[in-house]
Write a protein that binds this ligand. Sequence first.
Ligand SMILES: *Cc1c(COP(=O)(O)O)cnc(C)c1O
Length: 386
Amino acid sequence: MSIKEIDKKYVLNTYNRFDLCLVEGKGSLVKDENGKEYIDLTTGIGVTAFGIADEKWVEAVTSQLNTLQHVSNLYYTSPCAKLAQHICEKTDMSKVFFSNSGAEANECAFKVARKYASDKGYDRVNILTLKNSFHGRTLATLSATGQEHYHELFAPLPEGFVHAKANDIDDVIKVATQNNVCAIMLECVQGEGGVIRLDSDFVKAIDSFAKANDILLIVDEVQTGNGRTGKLYAYMNYDIKPDVFTTAKGLGGGLPIGACVVGEKAQNALGFGDHGSTYGGNPVACAGALSVLERIDEKLLEDVRKKSKYIFDTLSIADGVESVSGMGLMIGIKTKKNVSNIIKECMENGVLCLSAKDKLRLLPALNIDFDLLKKAVGIIKDACKI
Ligand SMILES: *Cc1c(COP(=O)(O)O)cnc(C)c1O
């Protein structure tokens, strides 16, 4: 049986995979089982921030792997402590909880918010999220996700999540007030929702409303974080400071890790025994993540913004393109042609792209070679033509 046949027979049918089996890669190039090469603009959905088998990342991971791969959270280890320190120093936040995924990082944020409110003596259990948001696939994060179609067939979902309209501050204040919320959670750019950037005024107004009412502001940076939007974290584009932010995807550079990062106000909400994870803070995943974050400096971020501008400038005036949305190297393209046809055509011509709702979505490596990017954008441009 071929790999595709074995997978179809034995792996649960939850993924509608592309008809492509990938075997190896280097940087922003990947090869399939027949040796055909592709320019990768997907990075495993925003994960391999420095591409495939990046040398520095491989060196950090393998050297940790050969030293100490796992000991549990009953003991102190250097990669976990140093990664937490690095994140806090770069963001002026106070403490970090490490998980294995974005959904789990969000679960931790919910627990922080509920516990913070209960410690304060508030009768507040609800968490407000935005319509069209995406926060993960566990039952609680599905509840938080403001898209009905994800909820169908999985009832009963955990209670305590309410939804308000994105970019409508009056609706947020109304829903928050009516439901005694302990926290408001948002993605600065709604990724799975179609790469939609929230308005600056809206995000700032939520920040002020939350601070004035001692409601925690949680920013879900699972997809937008770690340099993806041209700043270290997307909230930094908005001149606000969340009480909690969560991140995952690009943080690990290709190994499973998530982080719930808590600011001064709520840093002591969770104490001994309130939360945990066997793999959380795993030395190998943390060593890889630290090597990723140490390289996201102002020079790299400047490059991300330049490449972003190039993509926006080129594609927004291209034939068959209606609009380009997003921020940094997190880009959505509304096309006249059907997106799955465009993705198929790009694949045939050696470029891997993603979709988000009805848009073409690009999440290239932060360090993708500019010429390679130009080549890929040219192929996308041709595929969009009607
Ligand atoms: C991908 C994603 C998640 C879920 O992360 P997992 O690692 O798949 O659990 C949560 N929030 C946002 C914004 C995401 O893009």
